[in-house]
Design a protein around this ligand. Structure first.
Ligand code: SF4
Length: 330
């Protein structure tokens, strides 16, 4: 592990200044991903700027019924917050589906958004990996890719994004707020994560040195009727092999509004716009739900060992939307 310096920032401007003064500096939140990567040599910062004491740990209601969530809110506090549980239950469920209790007590909202893929080749510095070392190749294409992407991937990288939280945030049109040397900024989540293309090492649209200050969730009455479902290889403390965040407004057997986002199938949370379009205005039936899933998954390009994810995601969509419909009919 490379020797590094450590400094604690007490306000946003000092955090930006510390980071701006050293191109090899990194912000430290809970450290639950960054420190692991430092131990394996994948991340080699010269300076850690600890941002955990910044005054960014609040969760507040916004006009009209949205939420503003600070970047240093821990996953545990986010999942337990009454407004999150009542107004965006799929978000609370997604956060609780991630990691272990101890890790959720440490991990922060900002760090969760910026966590890196768990592709085994990315975390092993001795293998080719375009994300870790641009131009070196992608060992997963011919290697172990059972848990890799089926949507939006390229021959340059087929890794998935590991966050559960970000999947629910994608379904609810969240936006990321940040401060940078040029001033404050805001990125809708759909623009926050960059497509893979031929530059998988470039993961977000954040300006260099920018500090995430929070996430905003717009008002979304449909979100109160939402769920998150995660499939993983063991019952807890494992990353998803497929997940769905879904919200449904059903009246008189007709879908008035649907929100769907997929996790563990792409390099970023995958908002299922095709499926939402197919659902809206149609019958709330298992057949219609399966057809909507098929509309979204028509774009899937599975690898030899992960074609099972297409069926898995289809079944997850049908199961989750059927449960939400039953709930609406009670
Ligand atoms: Fe690296 Fe992406 Fe290939 Fe994994 S899938 S080895 S992260 S380039």
């Amino acid at each position: 592990m490379r020797d590094f310096r450590y400094q604690r920032a007490h306000d946003v401007s000092s955090a930006l200044a510390l980071r701006g003064a050293d191109p090899e500096a990194r912000y430290l939140g809970g450290g639950t991903n960054l420190v692991d990567l430092m131990k394996t040599g994948v991340e080699r910062p010269a300076l850690l700027v600890d941002v955990r004491e910044l005054p960014l740990d609040g969760i507040e209601s916004t006009d009209g019924g949205g939420l503003r969530i600070g970047a240093t809110v821990t996953n545990s506090d986010l999942a337990a917050h009454p407004d999150v549980r009542r107004r965006y239950p799929a978000l609370a469920q997604a956060v609780l589906a991630g990691a272990s209790g101890q890790l959720r007590n440490m991990a922060t909202v900002g760090g969760n958004l910026l966590q890196r893929t768990r592709c085994a080749y990315f975390t092993d510095p001795h293998t080719p990996c375009n994300k870790r070392r641009p131009g070196s190749g992608c060992a997963a294409l011919q290697g172990e890719h059972r848990n890799h992407a089926i949507l939006g991937a390229t021959d340059h990288c087929v890794a998935t994004h590991p966050s559960d939280m970000a999947v629910a945030l994608a379904a609810f049109d969240a936006a990321v707020t940040y401060e940078s040397a040029e001033g404050p900024g805001r990125l809708p989540l759909a623009e926050f994560y960059l497509p893979v293309g031929d530059t998988p090492h470039l993961e977000t649209a954040l300006p260099p040195g920018a500090l995430i200050t929070g996430v905003t969730l717009p008002p979304a009455p449909v979100a109160a009727r939402s769920r998150y479902r995660k499939v993983r290889e063991r019952a807890s403390y494992a990353f998803a092999i497929g997940s769905v965040a879904a919200a449904l407004d059903v009246r008189d057997g007709v879908v008035r509004e649907a929100r769907l986002a997929f996790g563990a199938v792409a390099s970023r949370p995958w908002r299922a716009h095709e499926a939402e379009r197919a659902l809206t205005g149609g019958p709330a039936s298992a057949e219609a739900f399966a057809a909507a899933a098929d509309a979204e998954l028509a774009a899937a390009r599975p690898l030899p060992d992960n074609a099972y994810k297409v069926t898995l995601m289809r079944n997850l969509v049908v199961a989750l939307l059927s449960e939400l419909t039953e709930e609406a009919n009670r």
